[in-house]
Design a protein around this ligand. Structure first.
Ligand code: FAD
Length: 448
């Protein structure tokens, strides 16, 4: 390229950059300074909203993010903590280093209520006033009124849940290795996963991997034939709202991995060492993991607003709470007028961005934006080197599905450091065919 054309190109690029800066500054000037935007919940939706708002307001609005934890939990990989595949730090991203450089104020507090009339959020560390509010408090395990499951089954929702399952699995394997009673050993080595949605399938795949690979290596006196992993699903297929072909592939992969899948079977009662199903089966099992679905946390479902499915909040197609134009509900908290928005991390993130855009537009005295969900595909991991994914209408299975799952999730992890640590753990596990996180450490138990 001639020197004169290169100079012209550089000039055009510089001109374009300067014009963008001037345009951006003019846009920022339209935002009156000082408004306080409060975001409740630093999950997928809340974090996306905070990052977008910080970028679009350039310090002209005060942004406060409130969460009861000082970390963002990457729930899609929680089952890997439960199955000892990765260490807990891989799925927990520290919030302060992520937010402070962006000028977002973080407040570690548990939200206990919202007073819409006084425009303030009540927390266990005091009240926080707001001009604009984003409710993104996620969901909690839904036991559908089954009190025996609530007492005895283990949920997979928080980091504590993941660690509790991990410690329990290590404990039952240790106990089984010393147990001489064959019935008792069978109960210790039976793992029942209630719910055949994405979380149930992933947990079952990972459990089967642990018991078959780890047991054979670390506990040579335990026999694989004594061990059972069972998925109990009330519906006629796996993977809930996902397509038939994905469900079929997932079923084949689980069965190939030795998992028993009981479709059209409802778990009725969970005891300390047994699960009873509606059709009369009762496998003795010391481990029952409950993954049947989610509902809004009490602090959300108790708000005096119109509620939709599972206590979520009814919103209009701009994600605003009817009657409160300055309040938005997103992610698992939003029961959208727009249909077919699944309770997924990708949807929560898109909604967080849309809510932030609308708040900035309201600050500039413009109309909010309508939310449109873009389905970018889904992926489910089904144990070691196996998975199913649906991208652009195409269903991929086996190793390709598993690799797609890993790529998608690696891309979504919030910081480079967490991405690198996860990748390292995965590589170690894959290359050496061993898991990296099987230390039997439980701070609470040791202290007791
Ligand atoms: C085990 C599991 C696996 C999943 N796998 C996938 C997957 O593979 N792909 C996918 O797309 N989706 C997956 N999901 C769903 C996905 O995690 C949710 O749809 C998504 O997290 C919803 O985002 P959110 O922002 O609404 O809520 P969340 O991400 O759950 O965030 C809610 C935040 O609110 C905070 N909070 C809650 N109550 C309070 C309170 N009272 N005070 C202060 N803070 C509070 C929580 O600490 C949390 O940080 C999975 C979910 C689970 C449980």
């Amino acid at each position: 390229m001639k020197r004169s054309s290169m100079a012209a190109l550089a000039g055009a690029a510089l001109g374009g950059y300067a014009a963008t800066r001037i345009y951006r500054r003019a846009k920022l000037q339209q935002i009156p300074p000082g408004a306080h935007v409060v975001i409740l919940g630093a999950g997928f939706g809340g974090l996306a909203a905070a990052k977008r708002l910080a970028r679009l307001t350039g310090g002209r609005a005060r942004i406060t993010l409130v969460d009861r934890n000082n970390y963002h939990l990457f729930t899609p990989m929680l089952y890997q903590v439960a199955s000892c595949s990765i260490v807990p730090y891989d799925v927990a991203v520290q919030l302060r280093p992520l937010l402070s450089p962006r000028g977002v104020h973080f407040r570690k507090a548990a939200v206990t209520g919202i007073d819409f009339d006084r425009r303030q959020v009540e927390t266990d560390t005091g009240a926080v006033g707001y001009d604009y509010l984003v409710i993104a408090l996620g969901s909690t395990t839904n036991y559908f009124g089954n009190s025996s499951a609530e007492r005895h089954a283990m949920p997979v929702k928080s980091l504590e849940d993941g660690l509790a399952i991990r410690n329990h699995v290590i404990d039952v394997l240790e106990e089984a290795s010393q147990c001489t009673d064959s019935d008792e050993r069978r109960a210790l080595l039976t793992f029942v996963i209630v719910g055949g949605g994405a979380t149930g399938v992933e947990t079952a795949g990972a459990m089967s991997e642990v018991v078959r690979h780890v047991m054979a290596k670390d506990y040579p006196n335990l026999r694989n034939s004594e061990c059972r992993v069972i998925v109990v699903e009330a519906g006629p297929k796996l993977l809930g709202h996902m397509g038939q072909s994905m469900a079929k592939l997932a079923l084949e992969q689980l069965q190939h991995a030795g998992v028993e899948v009981w479709l059209n079977t409802k778990a009725n009662e969970v005891g300390l060492d047994c699960v009873k199903t509606e059709d009369g089966k009762s496998p003795p099992a010391r481990t029952v993991v409950w993954t049947t679905g989610v509902r809004a946390p009490d602090v959300v479902s108790r708000l005096s607003l119109a509620h939709g499915h599972g206590g979520s909040i009814e919103v209009n197609d701009c994600l605003q709470v009817p009657g409160h134009t300055n309040v938005f509900a997103i992610g698992d908290n939003a029961h959208a007028a727009v249909k077919d928005v699944p309770l997924l991390a990708a949807a929560a993130m898109q909604e967080g961005v849309a809510a932030a855009d609308s708040i900035v537009r309201l600050l500039r005295r413009q109309a909010p934006v309508r939310f449109r969900y873009k389905n970018l595909g889904t992926a489910v991991s089904v144990g070691h080197g196996q998975g199913v994914a649906e991208v652009g209408g195409r269903v991929i299975g086996g190793l390709a599905g598993w690799l797609t799952w890993r790529l998608v999730h690696l891309a979504r992890i919030a910081t480079f450091r967490n991405k690198a640590e996860t990748l390292l753990d995965w590589t170690t596990a894959f290359v050496y065919d061993v898991e990296t996180a099987r230390l039997d450490v439980d701070a609470k138990r040791r202290a007791a």
